[in-house]
Write a protein that binds this ligand. Structure first.
Ligand code: GLY
Length: 376
C-alpha cells in the first residue's frame, strides 16, 4: 500500500493510503475502533462489503475493529445541507455512538463533506476517515479537511477545516462510474497538474492522453480497467500535489487558494444553473472545466500568459470530453461571481495561469475581471 502524509507544525495531521481492493481499508485503521459508516445510498452495497471485510477480519495490525452501523443517505447538491448533517448526527445518537466512535464516509465529495462536518460537531468532534468513490473526491474533495454544506445560495458556506484520520484511495469504485461522473473528476485532476506539474513525468500530458482514450471508448468500465495502472499513478500524483499544498497552508491563508483555480467562475456557473434561472444540468467538475478556460482567457488578456494558452487547454479538455464554453453570458455571471465566499474587500483572489504547472494568485474586482475578459 502506498502512503502519503499531510503535516502541519511538524506533526502528521492526516494520511492518504492508496491500495488495490476496497477491503484493504482495514489496514488503514490504527488501534481498536467502533466504526459507523455513512454512505451515499448509491454505493450502499460497496459500503456493505467494506463493513463485512472489517467485521470478518475483526482485527488489523494494531487492534480490534467492529462496524456497529451503516447509515445510507440521499446525496445531491440540493441535499448538501445542514439538515442532512443533523440527520447524520441524529442517527449517530440513535445508534449510541460515543466520543470514541469513528465515522467512515463512503461516497463522493458531497458525502465526504457532509460526513466530515457531521463528525466534526458530534459530541464536539469524533474521528473520521474517507473512502472516496469518485475520481473527483479521490483527487480533491476527500483530501485536505474542508468539510462543508451549502447555505442559501452559497456553495460550501457553512463548514469546518478538520482533517480525516485517513483517506483511502482504491481504483475499485471508479470502475462503476458513469462516463459523466468520470469526466466530472477529470477536471479537478487536470486542475491539479495545471497548478503543479512534474516536468519529468509531465502528468498533465499523461492525464490528457489517458482521459482521451477513456472518453473515446464505448465501454467506460472496461477502459478504466485497461488504464487502471496509469490512472492510479496519476491519482496518487495529484493527491501528492494536494497533500503538499495543504501541508504548507492548511487554513488557506495563501498557497492553498491556488486549488481554487477555475472555481470562482465554476461556482457562478453552478449557482446560475441551480438557481432556477436555467434548466441547465451542469456538474461541479464540468463547471470547473469551464471555469479553468475562463481563467486561462483572463490570464492571457491580463498579459500573464502567452497567447494560445486558452486555445491549447480548450483542445485538450474537449479531447477528454469536458465542456469548455460558458453556458451563460459573461455579464450575467458577474453578480453570481461576487457572491463567491472567497471575495474579500470587494476583490476576489482569482487564480491565473502563467503556463501549465505554474499559477498565481491575482486579486481583482469582479467588474475588472469582466472588463478584461471583454477585451478583443
Ligand atoms: N478544494 C480545494 C481545497 O481543498 O482547498
Amino acid at each position: 500500500m502506498k502512503e502519503l502524509e499531510i503535516k502541519s507544525g511538524g506533526r502528521v495531521i492526516s494520511k492518504i493510503f492508496a491500495g488495490a481492493g476496497i477491503s484493504e481499508v482495514v489496514d488503514c485503521f490504527e488501534g481498536t475502533e467502533t466504526v459507523y459508516i455513512v454512505c451515499d445510498r448509491k454505493v450502499e452495497s460497496l459500503a456493505g462489503s467494506i463493513a463485512s471485510s472489517i467485521n470478518a477480519s475483526g482485527i488489523n495490525h494494531s487492534g480490534t475493529l467492529h462496524v456497529a452501523g451503516i447509515m445510507p443517505v440521499e446525496v445531491s447538491e440540493d441535499l448538501k445541507t445542514m439538515e442532512t448533517v443533523l440527520r447524520i448526527n441524529d442517527r449517530l445518537l440513535e445508534m449510541n455512538a460515543d466520543r470514541n466512535s469513528f465515522l467512515l464516509a463512503v461516497g463522493g465529495g458531497i458525502t465526504t463533506d457532509m460526513a466530515g462536518f457531521a463528525a466534526s460537531i458530534y459530541k464536539r468532534g469524533i474521528r473520521f476517515a474517507f473512502v472516496p468513490t469518485t475520481l473527483l473526491a479521490q483527487v480533491d474533495a476527500a483530501i485536505g479537511g474542508k468539510n462543508g454544506v451549502n447555505f442559501h445560495s452559497y456553495k460550501n458556506m457553512l463548514g469546518v477545516i478538520r482533517q480525516p484520520e485517513f483517506t483511502y484511495l482504491s481504483p475499485q469504485p471508479l470502475e462503476t462510474l458513469s462516463m459523466r461522473d468520470f469526466i466530472s473528476g477529470e477536471a479537478e485532476l487536470l486542475k491539479t497538474f495545471i497548478i503543479e506539474n512534474n516536468l519529468e513525468s509531465d502528468n498533465y500530458v499523461s492525464a490528457v492522453r489517458v482521459f482521451s482514450a477513456i472518453h473515446e471508448s464505448s465501454d467506460i468500465s472496461e477502459s478504466i480497467r485497461t488504464h487502471s495502472a496509469k490512472l492510479q499513478e496519476l491519482i496518487f500524483a495529484a493527491a501528492s500535489v494536494k497533500a503538499g499544498i495543504v501541508s504548507r497552508d492548511q487554513y488557506e491563508k495563501g498557497e492553498r487558494r491556488k486549488l481554487n483555480l477555475g472555481h470562482t467562475f465554476a461556482h457562478a456557473v453552478e449557482w446560475m444553473a441551480h438557481s432556477g434561472l436555467s434548466e441547465q444540468d451542469i456538474s461541479h467538475g464540468e463547471a470547473v472545466a469551464i471555469g479553468i478556460i475562463q481563467a486561462a482567457k483572463l490570464s492571457e488578456k491580463a498579459g500573464l500568459a502567452e497567447q494560445g494558452l486558452a486555445a491549447g487547454l480548450e483542445e485538450d479538455f474537449k479531447k477528454c470530453g469536458l465542456p469548455v464554453d460558458l453556458p451563460f453570458p459573461l455579464d450575467s455571471l458577474a453578480g453570481a461571481m461576487a457572491k463567491d465566499k472567497k471575495a474579500e474587500g470587494g476583490k476576489i483572489h482569482f487564480i491565473l495561469i502563467k503556463c501549465i504547472g505554474s499559477v498565481m494568485i491575482y486579486d481583482l474586482a469582479v467588474e475588472d475581471a469582466v472588463r478584461i475578459l471583454d477585451r478583443k
